[in-house]
Write a protein that binds this ligand. Structure first.
Ligand code: PGA
Length: 249
């Protein structure tokens, strides 16, 4: 049996007011015996979190956000949404450190603060790390990954509520995924690094970047992976279900 359990949908800046209706088949799947043990998580934009929470109430699908503020609670911070507010609206997870947000200016230091805020609210974190194409070509992948892990996890005592999503930036939205051999090497590196850093607790590492029904069979061959962070393919419920089925069957 596979050890893959996380299927996390990252909807980015897509979705409109009736979009929660478009995941009916996934809700049905989540309720069936065979898939009950899975962690199916939808991360729609902030505007749709409430609707997704309502829609998935009686299923084991959880809802997450795609970011949170580095500021806490309430405050005069225009355009920010705090971890406290996310928790209040029913989010259980939050994606942090996504390359999209890093491009918007998120540094490892800022991500570290966001992680602390989210953990304080008992949110579970999906922490994204990964090298850009330029860094890959300069053979800097290992250095980049290690630094991202080290700096974003400063002062964090437990890995229990953190899932690490390895997302090579050059693989996001491009249809290109790493060769299995290289991917396995990077996943093992992340796993070893975390095991040295956190002596206890389970370590959950997932992969993200152009995951789709056509390449999922290959990706499933990677050991030590607990699941996937899925962008564009997750907006189509049939593709999402196809990915789940091909992994679990
Ligand atoms: P993608 O996005 O599956 O569309 O490549 C993944 C992500 O950005 O999390």
């Amino acid at each position: 049996m596979t050890n893959k359990i996380y299927f996390i949908a990252n909807w980015k800046m897509y979705g409109h007011r009736t979009s929660a209706n478009s995941i009916k088949n996934v809700i049905r799947l989540a309720k069936s015996k065979k898939y009950k043990h899975l962690k199916l998580i939808y991360c729609p934009p902030y505007t749709l979190i409430d609707k997704f929470v309502q829609k998935t109430q009686n299923s084991n699908i959880s809802i997450g956000a795609q970011d949170c503020s580095d500021k806490n609670g309430y405050g005069a911070f225009t355009g920010n949404v705090s971890a406290f507010q996310l928790k209040n609206i029913g989010s259980k997870y939050v994606i942090l450190g996504h390359s999209g947000k890093r491009l918007d200016g998120d540094t490892n230091k800022k991500i570290n603060q966001k992680i602390k805020n989210a953990l304080n609210q008992n949110l579970k974190i999906i922490l994204c790390i990964g090298e850009t194409l330029k860094e890959k070509n300069k053979k800097k992948t290992i250095d980049v990954i290690k630094k991202q892990l080290k700096d974003t996890l400063i002062g964090i005592n437990s890995i229990k509520n953190i899932i690490i999503a390895y997302e090579p930036v050059w693989s996001i939205g491009t249809g290109v995924i790493p060769e299995n051999k290289i991917l396995q090497k990077n996943i093992d590196l992340i796993s070893n690094h975390l095991r040295r850093r956190f002596k206890y607790g389970k370590i959950d590492i997932i992969y993200g970047g152009s995951v789709n029904p056509n390449n999922i069979k290959d990706l499933n061959k990677i050991n030590n992976l607990k699941g996937f962070l899925i962008g564009s393919a997750s907006q189509n419920q049939n593709k999402f279900i196809d990915i789940v089925r091909k992994t679990i069957n």
